[in-house]
Design a protein around this ligand. Structure first.
Ligand code: IMO
Ligand code: MG
Length: 409
């Protein structure tokens, strides 16, 4: 079975942790989009792993991880990450497979990325990892793919400094590279987990363009970016937090940016350690946006949600969620495409009473405090997507499912 896990907000929803959790029952874990802009934190016992390019399945012994053709790979970052994993006791040799159609990020792309962004009238606030430049060159057909390293015409057209930089990675990539379409076909029928990076609202098509990343971060990207057809995707799960975060610039209708909201944002930021794994930037914080979440359900054809960080509201007297937007005195219930409109909308916040007891202590649906269950049922009804699982803390055993992820719906 092929199971996709994507972010349903602006990234950092806790996808990495969930992918690590689901990896136990998968044979293959495939990243299908993005590059070293992603930052996935995984805590196992007393160890913390910070992953950027390598799929989170690497932490589980014996699993094969695949970097798909939809990714843009900086080989220096990748081998540095792998060396870091070795230092933490993870044996990865023979378990990392790279699509030979994946594009490479060359050293100059990072400075180009930063310089382009600085000169934009309205900077995006990219991670500076050369992601947009690599995808731009891909679309422009000037990119360089893993397979191209062995094409003498393409190789010789590279600058001498790029060739010198790439040379030491050639043999090492040569061992890992596969023709992914054939590899995937040969392994169909086994449990494959597809790990999304970024989130629905950062998707180049469906996100808050131009304040987005450059890859496909919605579930369709799993087919495109892992050399499969769309009919091979069997189930899509979307991870979201009980509040909303965003790193970088761009519209954020429910941002807690005024008056008492600023204190609430500070509290949630500290409780949730909301600082970027890749850049260390403090994340912007907002109320859970159900208008946007419903939209994320549509563009990903979600079968279910995984709800994370609801435990942060334990002990709160009340909490708010956005159920509608108001613009120019009118109420709207859809997520606007126009950025100027999205920047103008005011969230309509519905307030829920807090709950007795702790979501953090729950290990099954029945153990979730009744008030929190009501909050969940409201979200399910509003979005039309059931919540299949919960992450109530950073550790593996602080995770539980209401529905078996590996059962086809
Ligand atoms: P994970 O996988 C949160 C944001 C950047 C910036 C915009 C474009 O950890 O959820 P880019 O460098 O991709 O061109 O930057 O996208 N961004 C992320 N925000 N989580 C991520 O990944 C992100 N990857 C990119 O902050 O606003
Ligand atoms: Mg992240």
């Amino acid at each position: 079975m092929n199971l996709v896990v994507v972010g349903a907000q602006w990234g950092d929803e806790g996808k990495g942790k969930m992918v690590d959790y689901f990896s136990e029952n998968a044979e293959f874990v495939v990243r299908f989009s993005g590059g070293a802009n992603a930052g996935h934190t995984i805590k196992v016992d007393d160890k913390t792993f910070a992953l950027h390019l390598i799929p989170a399945g690497i932490i589980s012994p014996g699993k094969t991880v695949i970097l798909g053709n939809g990714m843009v790979i900086d080989p220096a970052s990748m081998f540095e990450e792998l060396a870091g994993l070795s230092a933490q006791g993870i044996e990865w040799e023979g378990r990392v497979v790279v699509s030979d159609r994946a594009h490479l990020v060359l050293p100059g792309y990072k400075s180009e990325d930063r310089s382009i962004d600085e000169h934009r009238a309205r900077p995006i606030g990219t991670t500076g990892r050369g992601i947009g430049v690599a995808y731009g060159k891909k679309a422009f057909r000037d990119g360089i793919r893993v397979a191209d390293l062995w094409d003498p015409v393409i190789w010789n057209a590279l600058s001498p400094s790029d060739r010198e930089w790439l040379e030491p990675y050639k043999d090492r990539l040569g061992i890992m590279k596969v023709n992914l379409a054939a590899y995937m076909m040969a392994n169909q029928g086994k449990h494959m987990l597809f790990e999304g990076a970024q989130g629905a609202l950062l998707d180049v098509d469906h996100g808050t363009y131009p304040y987005v990343s450059s890859g496909i971060s919605t579930a369709s990207g799993a087919a495109v970016g892992a050399a499969l057809g769309p009919r091979k995707i069997h189930k899509c799960l979307g991870v979201f937090k009980a509040y909303q975060t965003r790193v970088g610039n761009g519209p954020f209708p429910t941002e807690m940016s005024r008056g008492d909201d600023v204190n609430l944002a500070d509290t949630l930021r500290e409780l949730g350690h909301e600082y970027g794994v890749t850049t260390g930037r403090p994340r912007r914080i907002g109320y859970l946006d159900l208008v946007a979440l419903k939209y994320a359900g549509w563009v990903n054809s979600l079968d279910g949600f995984i709800l994370s960080h609801m435990n942060l509201y334990d002990g709160f007297e009340s909490l708010g969620v956005c159920t509608e937007y108001e613009i120019d005195g009118e109420r709207i219930d859809h997520f606007p495409s126009n950025i100027a409109e999205l920047e103008r909308v005011k969230p309509v916040i519905q307030t829920f009473a807090g709950w007795e007891g702790k979501v953090a202590d729950a290990r099954s649906w029945d153990e979730i405090p009744v008030g929190a269950q009501k909050f969940v049922e409201f979200i399910e009804k509003f979005t039309g997507v059931p919540v299949h699982g919960y992450s109530v803390g950073p550790l593996r055993d602080e995770t539980f499912m209401k529905e078996d992820p590996w059962t086809q719906s």
